[in-house]
Write a protein that binds this ligand. Sequence first.
Ligand SMILES: Cc1ncc(COP(=O)(O)O)c(C=O)c1O
Length: 439
Amino acid sequence: MPLFFVKEKEDTAMPMPKVFEERLFPILPSIIKHFGTPFHIFDEQGIVDTGEGLKLAFKDIQGFQEFYAVKALPTPAILQIMRKLGFGLDCSSPSELMLARQNGFHGEDIMFSSNNTSAELFSMALADGGCILNLDDITMIDKVSKFPELICFRYNPGERRTGSQFIGNPVEAKYGVSHDQIIEAYRQAKERGARRFGIHTMIISNESDYRYMLETIRMLLEVIETVSGALGIKFEFFNIGGGIGIAYKPEGKPFDIDALAIESKALLDKFEQKCGYMPKLFMECGRFITGPHGALVATVVNRMSKYREYVGVDTATTTANPRPAIYETAYHHITILDRNGQPKHGSEEVVDVVGPLCENSDKFAKQRLLPKTEAGDIMVQHDTGAHSPAMGGNYNGWLRPQQLLLCADGTVELIRRAETINDLFATLRFKRKVMRGSK
Ligand SMILES: Cc1ncc(COP(=O)(O)O)c(C=O)c1O
């Protein structure tokens, strides 16, 4: 593999798993009757199967641990599934830390990787049983008032490699300690009383080729050797971040997780032979775990013809799934069902699928070939289980849809209610404060 990865990644691989479709589509009309649209629905069985599959793939690597990236889908019912799977959580904000703790994750179950962090936030992270603190810059050392025994640094390799378009070129990325500062960072941490060490990086995003992740492992093991050699410290773990891609497109290839596990074991064995010990392998995937196991269900409310053909649905990209509007290359597959929940076939047309926002980027799909669609049909947008509702906002005053869980026993549960106008206006109810004069 080349050392310089210069890649503009496009979303690749297959849309929502067939088994999810088979579980969901037959009961969709009754779910819609009960809950109304729009909603996201997540497939518990699918999430559990993927989580168990990950553990099985890495079973020969002792101490392997996944820390689910809360930002991908910060809903308590989903975090409870992670707990049952035995995963930890990756948090990077105060609210994610709170959610983690409220859902039973404590101490070293939590990896806290924030960026541009304040001293107050470090204190919060270390209170309440603490967490594994992952420092993002050498200057952060001075921001931690009571230095923990276990410390981790996020490493930015700089020009050694470039990542994907979402993370950007590491040289331009705001994350991580630079290569020429990394030994000094651990030296200062040691001086402050740290005795247990880890290292972290994340330089790929939505990557479908496992070899890029393998290169991340090779790179981190090299850095561990360098830092250990310079300072005489051992590393308990190394965290390769998230970034494993999923198959958004029908023609895409799934990420070869088994090959990654087998080849990373070989790299670790080599490291052990050379250095006499084996650090634990951690990862913090979000998309890989929940991405394919979520779908956005909306009702077609308008079918419009002008310079282009438009299918209008009852939710906005900003609130429900901003990815296609934000990322030029982001693709989410769409299935159109009739009002009885039957996938539509027959004649097709090229359309833009749009929401109601006063913003032309509000398009779930652009120039997509879909079956001829009419008002009352159902749009199912695939793979919204990660970084989709979680990235939503309230521009134009539109509200985030409800979230449902298709439980493993076939029941369907509301796990996050829809936002209300009251939620939106809550920040407008406050005691007025006025500063008079400017001197
Ligand atoms: C530090 C960190 N870890 C993990 C993740 C999860 O990435 P993914 O969902 O692509 O696996 C992200 C995503 O933004 C991240 O920034």
